[in-house]
Design a protein around this ligand. Sequence first.
Ligand code: ADP
Length: 274
Amino acid sequence: SDGLAVSARIAPIGSRLILLLVDDRTEARRIEAIRRDFVANVSHELKTPVGALALLSEAVLDASDDPPAIRRFAGRMQIEATRLTNLVQELIDLSRVQNDDPFEDTEPVAVDELIAEAVDRCRHQASAKEITFVTGGTSDLYLMGNRGQLVAALGNLVENAVNYSPDRTRVGVAARPAPDTEGRQIEISVTDQGIGIPERDRERIFERFYRIDPARSRATGGTGLGLSIVKHVAASHGGEVTVWSVEGQGSTFTLRLPAAQPSRDRPRESVEPP
Ligand code: ADP
């Protein structure tokens, strides 16, 4: 029936226990709508490069006596194939961070190694644009988390910083103990001198497939999934990701994540007996 789908929960308020009645139906509908949107978006995003590949292969067949034209079409086919590969890879990453329990595979992760790995993933793009990485303030900090997921999250932020910046600018990556957390959390920030993010888009950029300028994002091989992966990794580690930006001047994305506790989690240095 379409009657009420109510569940009861008992919650403490101060020293009293109260009974809460919650309508689960609204929540179920909301989740169903998100799922439907997601499937529609994925289908659309897959159709675009697949459609282009179909047209280009037809063009190649028609141009059998024009080798330079064939070469041109083949080059564009390569771009579309790369786009498709990126999209599938990001979908796999997204489903992995959503389904894996990050705590199953948790270890202390040295922040300077994490930053080096994330920056390394974008070396090629960065050097093509003559972008300089500036890293600092990271000595002797350890996070507690899933190494693969943390590299994916920070890598996405660094990649965006490179993609949405003009040539010959700087991208800074820095870490420090988060203020007011007594060493329990660490902040890693990625700062660029790029195009910036308009105020009205700052919340929405973390949604799956949301892009401010779809044409620009596609041109850089973007999928619109990167920041939703970052947000998910941060949340599943009990942290968060925030953004600060001035349009036309640049952006800073900050990841706040749990620190490894020195006494408990950190790898011990081996002590030689005298
Ligand atoms: P994409 O694959 O399109 O980069 P993301 O989820 O990583 O997808 O980012 C969503 C959108 O947020 C991008 O399309 C872009 O418009 C904007 N964005 C992300 N990072 C930056 C940045 N560092 N500077 C300016 N805009 C950014």
